[in-house]
Each structure stands twice: as C-alpha cells, then as structure tokens.
Design a protein around this ligand. Structure first.
Ligand code: 5GP
Ligand code: MN
Ligand code: MN
Ligand code: MN
Length: 223
C-alpha cells in the first residue's frame, strides 16, 4: 500500500554541453525537470539558439531550465535578443526558480580560460558571483565544476583539476541537495559526496572532441 503522505520524488534530467548537436543525443529520459547546464550552442549565434529552442519545445518534460555557458555568446552580447528566443525553458542568469518545492539557482560564469563568454577572473571577482547564491538553494546549476569534483582535464594538462576553488568553498557553506554542471567534457560523471550527501553531476553530453555521445544524468530528489 502506498503511504498517502509519502512524497513522490522530483525527477531531474540533466544535460550540458550539447554544442548545437542536440539532434544527435541518443535518448533523453522523461522527467519533471530538464536542466541544461550551458554550452547549448557551438558558435553562440542567435540563429543556433532559435534552433535549440525549437528542439527543446519537442521534449516532454513539464519544466525546463537553461543556463548559458562560455560558448553561448549571444546571451552575453545580445541579451535583449537572446532571452526572448528562449520560449521553451526558463533561462536563469544569476537568478532562481522554484519548481515542485525545489529551489533552483543558475549561473553561467566560469574561471577565465583564454577569453570566452561569461569568463571571470579567479579569486575575489568570481567569488562575488558565488556570494549571490541564496542560502536556501536546493539545486545549483553552474556551467563549470567546483574544484576537485568531476573537473579533471585530459590532454596536455592531463589530470589537472581546473574547477573553481572559490565555487567549491561557497558550496561548502550551503546546504545543497544537488549541483549540476558540465564544461569539462572529459570529466563527465555522477556521484554522491560522502560527507554531506550532495549529488554532483557533470552532465556533459559531448566528449572532448565534441561528439554528442554521453547519456543524460537522472537525479531523483525529494523536496
Ligand atoms: P568548452 O570549450 O566546450 O567550454 O570546453 C571544452 C574543453 O576545453 C573541456 O572539455 C576542457 O578539455 C577544455 N577546457 C575548458 N576550460 C578549461 C580550463 O579552464 N582549463 C583547461 N586546461 N582546459 C579547459
Ligand atoms: Mn562545452
Ligand atoms: Mn531549501
Ligand atoms: Mn564550456
């Protein structure tokens, strides 16, 4: 018998770094909330964004959340044109939304690497963005990982942890249920941190060579 007071979990389906290759994703499970953690585009044009938004509209999820990543230039350069194009998701940029009793917060910033969109210097500057994350946040969505968690690059910098130390520090002062990100494609993965039970997902769909080969990550949360 089902306990009438039992809370049904909210199913969050996580994707990131689809880089305008969304049509190639194998299979997206249904769920209550679809979260895209940035780099939905390749070159970052409004034209690409319009195509991506159309694709989002065909997905069955009741709620969809999108943040920008460092490739998604149109959100930084032409916010007044880009934001209205997103008609099939809630776009978060240092802002939040509550769905089924779960508080989400989204932020596009990543530590400066070359010179991409939403790049901010490590240290005080980027920490001032993380300081804006509300204490009540349940699910944090950032484009990049915190330092030490699904953030290791391969290639010339093999094994180097490039996530944001200031972000790692901030999330340790919060009481998150989950943190969803992408950006470091090769560090795709999911895990639950032993010390506090926070669920971490690097949901990069593309691999290092921009092939859309990874599976969406599913997180079930009780509000
Ligand atoms: P994207 O250009 O899609 O943001 O990132 C693609 C890849 O660039 C990542 O999978 C990673 O290999 C590399 N990358 C991104 N950011 C950094 C960074 O801050 N440091 C290093 N070493 N590599 C990065
Ligand atoms: Mn990417
Ligand atoms: Mn809360
Ligand atoms: Mn990125």
């Amino acid at each position: 018998m089902v306990d009438p007071w039992e809370k049904k979990p909210v199913r969050i389906v996580c994707i990131s770094d689809t880089h305008s290759m969304h049509e190639e994703i194998d299979d997206i499970p249904d769920g209550d909330v679809l979260v895209h953690a940035g780099d939905c585009l390749g070159r970052g044009t409004l034209f690409e964004l319009d195509d991506f938004n159309y694709w989002l509209g065909e997905l069955p999820h009741a709620h969809k959340i999108l943040i920008a990543g460092n490739h998604d230039w149109c959100f930084e350069r032409y916010p007044d044109k880009a934001r209205p194009l997103v008609t099939n998701a809630v776009y978060l940029e240092e802002s939040g939304v509550t769905i089924d009793g779960i508080e989400f917060w989204g932020s596009p910033y990543t530590p400066r690497f070359r010179d991409w969109a939403f790049n901010v210097d490590r240290g005080e500057k980027i920490a001032s963005h993380w300081a804006k994350i509300p204490e009540t946040t349940d699910v944090l969505i950032t484009h990049g990982p915190p330092e030490g968690i699904f953030d290791e690059v391969v290639g010339p910098d093999c094994g180097m942890s490039v996530g944001c130390a200031d972000l790692a520090k901030r999330i340790d002062s919060l009481h998150l249920k989950a943190h969803i990100f992408g950006h470091i494609h090769e560090a795709y993965g999911y895990g639950v941190r032993a010390k506090d039970g926070v669920k971490f997902a690097n949901a990069s769909i593309c691999d290092k060579r921009y092939r859309a080969i990874r599976k969406p990550i599913v997180i079930d949360l009780v509000a």
